[in-house]
Write a protein that binds this ligand. Structure first.
Ligand SMILES: Nc1ncnc2c1ncn2[C@@H]1O[C@H](COP(=O)(O)OP(=O)(O)OP(=O)(O)O)[C@@H](O)[C@H]1O
Ligand SMILES: [Mg+2]
Length: 479
């Protein structure tokens, strides 16, 4: 670069100088020839002048070339610096260039390049941090999010998306979505979104043992045309969002079931009461063989109605946060003693053994003794209720780091896996007819769970059909 510039400038300079010298030489010779001198003297004078012109030419040419060399060296060095600066900028480094040398056009160029670099650097930095922030938000979202480009390739997805749609952990960016996502309903929505359809919604269910339901929303992405800042007609991709609605659907079902269940719970005893009352009025009152039995049936059904009403009111009070709770240190051993004693009466009638094993050094819990008794009594009543003749019931308690866990195990009929997570719902019974027959309301475990949660603990069940069940709940230790 430097050599080229130098040789070009030197060539132009020397040519111009040579031309000038040539013109001076011609003019000098013409002037000398005008004098009336003999030819030999004229020739001697001309060659003398020519020699001087040549010497001057050589000196001026050498000086000029040296000056040009110096100028071209400095110029090239500054151009090289600009070149390096632009290469740096291309690689993403926007540090400004130092402005040195004379204040010429090149300096102005450097100054405006520096200003551009600063603006570019700022824009790129803010774009980068915005991208990092968006990607962090998308990655941490519980909703599954996937982005598909116009060629139907999956270009972005978060962990929730991969978990829900079972995407292999080694699936790379930009794979065809059909190879990665196997769910036909989701694929259909993606294709429709890529065709430009808006507000696409669907539902999918995943899992085999534990079903999970997701609401799927797919929307087209329309890139903005930078030239005229208009949104393009054809989508440049699609975004899919998967939202877990399992709990929502469950609650909807529970609410619907609740109304149906309450009506049903009241209808059966009311029909019986009405029926037997009419029978008695219709003449059975005089039937001394049956009238007492009919009245007993009416009393039993009325008692069942009263139980359901009591339990419902209790649940409503708990759910409204109006339960009276008097927290204080409670001895688990005392509660267990009292409850097992009550359960023993019914257990003995069925030939069921009840054993309690409470460590003597068990710390007290922070609870309300009356509520704690209600929970344990409920679990023991269920254990007696759902354990056949000659079975065994055990009550264990042990202290953890912050809580005490009490467990009631039985050798009863057990609970199928699918019902285990639902038995804590209001009115849910594995065998509703059988439970109702023995006066159950299906609200006992629901009340127990609410009480345990109000006391700051947790309740759970493990069970195997035909082998028995183990209900355990934990309550925080007293400070
Ligand atoms: N120990 C157990 N063994 C087997 N099944 C059980 C056991 N405990 C509870 N269940 C099942 O869970 C259902 C709900 O129990 P829950 O105590 O809430 O209602 P319930 O016993 O039917 O009536 P109640 O409201 O009078 O207690 C029962 O109907 C029964 O099917
Ligand atoms: Mg019960």
């Amino acid at each position: 670069m430097r050599a080229k510039l130098f040789s070009k400038l030197t060539l132009i300079y020397v040519s111009l100088l040579a031309l000038l010298c040539f013109a001076v030489d011609i003019a000098a010779e013409r002037d000398l020839r005008q004098f009336d001198l003999n030819r030999q003297v004229q020739d001697a004078l001309v060659s003398n002048v020519r020699l001087r012109i040549l010497i001057i030419f050589l000196c001026v040419a050498a000086l000029g070339a040296a000056a040009l060399l110096l100028f071209s060296m400095r110029f090239s060095a500054r151009v090289r610096k600009i070149q390096e600066f632009l290469t740096r900028m291309g690689a993403g480094e926007f540090r400004p260039m130092s402005v040195e040398g004379p204040h010429d056009d090149l300096t102005l160029l450097i100054e405006s390049a520096n200003a551009t670099a600063e603006r570019l650097g700022h824009t790129i930095r803010s774009l980068g941090s915005e991208r990092d922030r968006s990607s962090a938000i998308l990655r941490s979202m519980v909703e599954g999010v996937g982005v598909i480009d116009a060629r139907e390739h999956l270009v972005f997805w978060n962990r929730a998306f991969a978990d829900i749609l079972n995407i292999a952990p080694d699936a790379g960016d930009g794979q065809p979505v059909i190879e990665v996502v196997r769910n036909t309903a989701v694929l259909k929505l993606i294709r429709a979104a890529l065709k430009g359809e808006d507000a696409l919604k669907g539902n999918i269910t995943t899992g085999i043992v534990q079903l999970r339901m997701f609401a799927v929303t797919a929307a087209p992405v329309r890139a903005t045309d930078a030239a005229n800042s208009q949104i393009g007609e054809k989508p440049s991709g699609a975004v899919v969002v998967l939202h877990d609605v399992t709990e929502l659907r469950r609650l909807e079902r529970v609410r619907q079931d609740f109304v149906a269940n309450v009506s049903h719970e009241f209808k059966t005893p009311l029909t019986a009461i009405q029926g037997f009352a009419e029978t008695l009025l219709g003449g059975a009152l005089e039937d001394h063989k049956n009238n007492r039995r009919f009245l007993e049936i009416i009393r039993d059904h009325a008692a069942q109605l009263a139980r359901v009403t009591d339990d419902l009111l209790k649940l409503a009070r708990i759910e409204a946060g109006k339960l009276e709770v008097q927290l204080g240190p409670v001895s688990v051993a005392d509660v267990v003693d009292l409850c097992t004693e009550t359960a023993l009466l019914r257990a003995q009638r069925k030939g069921i053994v009840v054993e309690a094993e409470i460590p003597p050094d068990l710390p007290p819990v922070r609870a309300d003794a009356r509520l704690l008794r209600e929970v344990l009594q409920n679990l023991l009543d269920n254990a007696v209720q759902y354990t056949p003749l000659g079975g065994k019931i055990e009550v264990h308690a042990e202290a953890g780091p912050c809580e005490v866990t009490v467990a009631v195990s039985d050798t009863g009929i057990g609970i199928p896996l699918a019902d285990q997570e639902r038995i804590f719902e209001r009115f849910y019974r594995v065998d509703a007819a059988r439970s109702r027959e023995v006066g159950g309301t299906g609200l006992g475990l629901s009340i127990a769970r609410h009480i345990v949660e109000t006391l700051g603990g947790k309740i759970s069940v493990e069970s195997e059909v035909g082998r028995g069940s183990r209900f355990s709940f934990s309550i925080p230790k007293a400070a």
